[in-house]
Design a protein around this ligand. Structure first.
Ligand SMILES: [Zn+2]
Ligand SMILES: [Zn+2]
Length: 57
């Protein structure tokens, strides 16, 4: 079951289900500006951060 995290793990800013976010292979979740600042590399596990598509429904 994929859990939708709703807060950036770095700066704890809110991430809406409809808005953009970035997740790594191990489901660390960050806001897009932070992932861009990290060159899309997860600071926790060095996984690649990819855009989480907005949830449809
Ligand atoms: Zn990670
Ligand atoms: Zn953030």
């Amino acid at each position: 079951m994929l859990e939708m995290k709703t807060n950036c793990e770095k700066c704890d800013c809110g991430l809406s289900k409809e808005g953009e976010a970035s997740i790594c292979s191990f489901e660390c979740t960050f806001c897009v500006p932070y992932s861009e600042a990290m060159q899309r590399v997860c600071p926790n596990c060095a996984g690649e951060l990819v855009r989480r598509p907005p949830r449809t429904l």
